[in-house]
Design a protein around this ligand. Sequence first.
Ligand code: ASP
Length: 326
Amino acid sequence: MTKKRNGLPRLPHLLGIEGLAPDTVSGLLDLSESYIGQNRSLDKRRDLLTGRTVINLFFENSTRTRTSFEVAAKRLGADVINMEVASSSVRKGETLLDTAMTLNAMLPDTLVVRHHESGAVNLLAQKMKCAVINAGDGQHEHPTQALLDALTIRRRRGKLEGLLVAICGDILHSRVARSNIHLLNIMGARVRVVGPPTLMPTDVDRMGVEVHFNMRTGLKDVDIVMMLRLQTERMQGTYVPSISEYFRFFGLDQEKLKVAKPDALIMHPGPMNRGVEIDSEVADDLDRSVIHEQVEMGVAVRMACLEALIGTRRNAPPDLTTGALL
Ligand code: ASP
């Protein structure tokens, strides 16, 4: 396999963390690390992707992820197009595959996609002639989130291996949890998931994690506490008795945090719901909360992913006479 900068193997797409080799994860983190200094300097732009086109196609709302992919691509010199799904033909009933055909004809170099259905990004990737990055598909995976979380932890703790990480809250509906579980397992960390039984996936026993139904045992001696939002947009029916009850048992506050290691880091992928899964005092605790650092690392990670993927697929135009996707 051809190697790129930092010994990274060439990746055709980045659809998930599951199945990545530890060297690929470390390589992506090392490459991300190399962008942090550039991002902190006055001159943030490099010409690595000049002439390349990155399309952001978001079928679900996003603040951090879409903006940070745009910032990342622009800092590397690429042209970025944000496709507004709300005003596009997708709303007029165009199928995902017709959308793929249309986008192929514009010869982009990378397509960044978020979709509400698990698996939709994989389907699109099979039909696209350029590299595809999964920016979150349903409750399946959100690979760049897990990479940015890992980069944040690795910079603070110097390693991932051997750390004890608690992922807390709505595990069932969370693609962030799933990608983080894969990544932390690949890199030799120990993972606990903590939440009410109603918000645990049925296959949790096969995920290589310790399962806890209360914060007292779940947070005991952990190095990292990762809080998750209640993904109400994916819920049909009632999963928690009430928000105040949920906060009382599973919301992170100083009291519950006492059993974690004294220097345990607090993380959240955002958007945060203060007073639901996390108390403001904890979220804003400058000594322990790395929530803003996660956002900063997100740009570096997305620059690394764009660099790792760009130019890995050839851009042959689709055969418009037969409509076939070559
Ligand atoms: N922003 C993350 C995601 O897209 C987490 C969340 O929405 O709660 O999955």
